[in-house]
Structure formats: structure tokens, C-alpha cells
Design a protein around this ligand. Structure first.
Ligand code: NI
Length: 219
């Protein structure tokens, strides 16, 4: 099962055709191109932002500077504030979250008839950035980072299709600190909804499943 709704379309029809031509005959090429175009069409349809009221979404949001940047965990309290600030203005439920030093993954469920996650992310990122800018003792590197923008403008979103897809993404989120090599055990990473899940008896404390380590090349 792949989350085709968020897969960027990398191959072009021409590229695919070029590959095919080198290997097989004309009829076969035509058949392959036709098949590829159909696949592409499906992907493009799915890639369109679906209008799904009350739906759950998986997000990946990155800092602009990924290398040697621990801003999100250094400013974890501010980030929490930014989440609260946003939630109070535009409600959403946070089903799972993990904060890594330079990026984060989370699942939100939006209210019925509301699909506007973009505004919420703008609010959240804006709040965080504004307060970083006002912070004292801003280092030279942070100053230059601010000029380039703290956050990557784009984020990765995926509409959760069903319970199974939801579970896969929750596990992906909780395993992520191990995947990125920050800790050896899931329980050792503090900035994660994993601990809430343990408290609720959903996971044992020593839970560690890398079954969903890779979801279509996400990191
Ligand atoms: Ni990650």
C-alpha cells in the first residue's frame, strides 16, 4: 500500500517512453506509454487536494536550514505555544506528533466542513518565527537563517485514507527519532506523542516497530 496521494510525479511520459524504446518494440512502447499516462492521470487526480471535511491529515514540516540546526528542540516550549496559539484560533485535534531538531511529523484531524490546514500552518509557523525574531542573543547563523526564512515554505501533506493508513502513519511518527538516529529506543525521545500513547495503554513502554520505517520515501 503506497500513499500515492502525496507522491510527487517525477517521471515524465517522455522519459518513460525513452526508457521503454530502448528495450522493446513499438506496440509494446505504445501500450506502456498508455499505461503510464493512465497511472499519471490517477496520480494527478489523487494529488489534487481533496475536500474531505473532518478528515485526518499527515504532515511533514521542515526548517529551511536542515543541517546542524536543532532549533525545534531548542525552542520546544515556543513551538508548543505556537501549537496552542493556533489550536485556540482554528481548532484541530492532534492525533500524533514527533518533533525532531530540524523537522516534524504530525497527524491532525480537522473539524467537519473544514479543510483549511494551510492557514493553520501559516499561523503556527508565523507565531514561532515572530517570537524567534524577538528573542535575545540571536546568533549570527540564526540571523542569516532568519533572512532566508526559518521554515521551508512548502510542507508535505497526505490525506489519511482509512484506519490502516492512520495506524501506519502513527507508527511511522513514533519510530521516526530512531529512524533518524537520535535515539536507540523510541521511549528515549521526549518530544513525541508516543508517551501519551503509552500512558493510555496503547503501547507497551518498550514498543518499537520499524515496520513502517519507510512510507514512500518520506523521512
Ligand atoms: Ni522524519
Amino acid at each position: 500500500m503506497g500513499c500515492v496521494t502525496t507522491l510527487p510525479i517525477k517521471e515524465t511520459v517522455a522519459e518513460q517512453a525513452a526508457v521503454s524504446t530502448s528495450k522493446v518494440g513499438c506496440a509494446d512502447v505504445r501500450r506502456r506509454i498508455k499505461k503510464h499516462i493512465n497511472n499519471l492521470r490517477e496520480k494527478m487526480t489523487a494529488y489534487r487536494r481533496p475536500q474531505a471535511p473532518g478528515a485526518s491529515w499527515f504532515f511533514t514540516v521542515n526548517l529551511a536550514q536542515r543541517k546542524n540546526n536543532r532549533l525545534l528542540v531548542e525552542k520546544i516550549d515556543l513551538l508548543r505555544e505556537a501549537f496552542e496559539y493556533t489550536k485556540h484560533r482554528r481548532a484541530f485535534r492532534m492525533d500524533a506528533v514527533v518533533i525532531l531538531p530540524d523537522h516534524m511529523h504530525c497527524i491532525w484531524t480537522l473539524p467537519q466542513s473544514d479543510t483549511d490546514f494551510s492557514n493553520r500552518w501559516n499561523m503556527l509557523k508565523g507565531y514561532f518565527s515572530r517570537h524567534i525574531e524577538k528573542g535575545e542573543n540571536i546568533s549570527t547563523s540564526r540571523k542569516s537563517r532568519r533572512e532566508r526564512g526559518i521554515w521551508q515554505r512548502r510542507f508535505w501533506e497526505h490525506l489519511i485514507r482509512d484506519q490502516n493508513d492512520f495506524n501506519r502513519h502513527v507508527e511511522y511518527i513514533h519510530w521516526n527519532p530512531v529512524k533518524h538516529g537520535w535515539v536507540e529506543k523510541v521511549r528515549d525521545w521526549p518530544h513525541s506523542s508516543f508517551h501519551r500513547y503509552v500512558a493510555q495503554g496503547i503501547y507497551p513502554e518498550n514498543w518499537g516497530s520499524h515496520e513502517n520505517d519507510d512510507i514512500d520515501g518520506l523521512e
